[in-house]
Write a protein that binds this ligand. Structure first.
Ligand code: 3PY
Ligand code: MG
Length: 255
């Protein structure tokens, strides 16, 4: 599909994805009407359960949007289930070591890369692929994205990027800023952070892997695109919903 090919080529030109924590498939339906290149369902800090996520993936498929899911920390069995349901990729938080990266690959890739178990019924329905074709293409067509967001992960970044089957990384600037300040600051958007982000981007390029990142808002997302990230977030659903509401109220009060 275009999504994994674009990301892998390093020539996406910078994709912008929605980020949805409100656990209703209809949120995917509505936000898919906007010009997002993809949709992320956040099962780590969002409220999605497996049933809602499977239906959310279906709504994204209907709208022609690739849906990627972020799993809860270490919940690799859910990663396999989301791929079975037709997710185009998995984002795994807190991948801090080569062992973590291997555990992710084990659940998300078929042999020889991993040990993903067979059963992609919905994914085959969505893609229209026969079983043999699905099996032959799934490791390329779905992406495994490891989150780098701790000191340990920064130190192991080169080794994590070297794990076959890890297709790219997703930087969590909030957790990374908390980690780098030893818990003193939540400051994801500073120039200090940008130095670290640029170093990570270089490491990704050296390994031929793609780099994604969370941007707190549209302005930050724009800066991150300019920095060269392959996929950025421009704020979460809850923020965008509330900002729209606040703006409407303020406009109405201005009279
Ligand atoms: C972080 O910034 O820590 C994330 O996980 C992205 O929301
Ligand atoms: Mg995080």
């Amino acid at each position: 599909n275009d999504f994994s090919t674009l990301l892998r080529s390093g020539e996406s030109g910078g994709l912008i994805s929605a980020w949805i924590g409100i656990p209703d498939p209809l949120f995917v339906n509505h936000l898919s009407q906007e010009a997002f290149d993809a949709v992320v369902l956040d099962m780590q800090h969002g409220v999605w359960d497996m049933v809602a996520a499977a239906n959310g993936i279906g709504q994204g498929r209907l709208a022609g949007k690739p849906v990627v899911a972020r799993i809860p920390v270490g919940d690799f069995s859910t990663a396999s289930r989301l791929l079975d349901a037709g997710a185009s990729g998995i984002i795994a938080p807190m991948i801090n070591s080569v062992a973590d990266a291997h555990a992710m690959v084990k659940a998300t890739k078929y042999p020889p890369l991993g040990e993903r178990s067979w059963g992609p019924t919905l994914a085959m329905n969505h893609t229209g692929l026969a079983a043999t074709t699905y099996l032959a293409t799934a490791n390329m067509e779905t992406v495994a994205i490891a989150m780098i967001e701790t000191r340990a992960a920064l130190e192991a970044a080169d080794d994590i990027l070297g794990v076959e089957g890890i297709d790219g990384i997703f930087i969590g600037p909030s957790d990374l800023s908390i980690a780098l300040s030893n818990g003193a600051r939540l400051a994801p958007d500073t120039e200090e952070m940008d130095v670290v982000l640029k170093q990570l981007l270089e490491r990704c390029r050296a390994h031929g892997k793609f780099a994604c990142i969370f941007g707190s808002n549209g302005e930050r997302a724009g800066q991150l695109l300019k920095m060269g990230f392959d996929l950025v977030i421009a704020g979460a659903d809850t923020q965008q919903l509330r900002a729209g509401a606040a703006n409407a109220i303020a406009t109405a009060r201005k009279g």
